[in-house]
Write a protein that binds this ligand. Sequence first.
Ligand code: TZP
Ligand code: MG
Length: 207
Amino acid sequence: MNMDYSLYLVTDESVPTNQLLRVVGEAVEGGVTLVQLREKRSEGKVFYEKALKLKQFLKENYAHIPLIINDRVDIALAVEADGVHIGQKDIPVTAVRKIIPESMIVGVSVSNVTEAKEAEKNGADYLGVGPVYWTKTKKEKEALPEGTLEEVAKSVSIPVVAIGGLKVHNIETVRSEYVAGIAVVSGIMQAENPREAAEAYRKSWCD
Ligand code: TZP
Ligand code: MG
């Protein structure tokens, strides 16, 4: 699968399940290129059912948009998602690689050059770097020191996606030839009009 990381939508648990598909669909219409299902509180059954619905929805309506599952390799496999995204405290990339088919992609969250190089060496397909800016969506984590995103992006040859507090008005601060895309939660998931929000991010990223 040829991946386009330019506008990576990460879902928000606070959007009710019955709204999730509508919001994701509108966001894709607005230019989102990749979708990650991120559930931090759901139990396995709920997470699996959401993942299955989202996978079917994308397959039927937007077959070119890959679905990535956050944290849960088992759920990613069970719903035949396109990939899985793991953090530093999750099952390591080397172990994930042993379980998933060659065709599935693995993304890893990193905060510094050491973690980035390690993840790349261990077989990550792309990296998420953040929070670039402090965000209510991940309150517990401080923003990375200024310059970290660029430094990390330069240190590896796999695609790097910026995440955390990215708003239409600050996108220019993360734009770099080394950064493959931007990942957004609240700016799109909480928008009154997710389609227009995605369009605005696209425009801001591409301008
Ligand atoms: N990882 C680093 S920051 C973040 C994640 C999942 C949340 C980003 O959310 P928002 O609402 O786009 O700032
Ligand atoms: Mg995780």
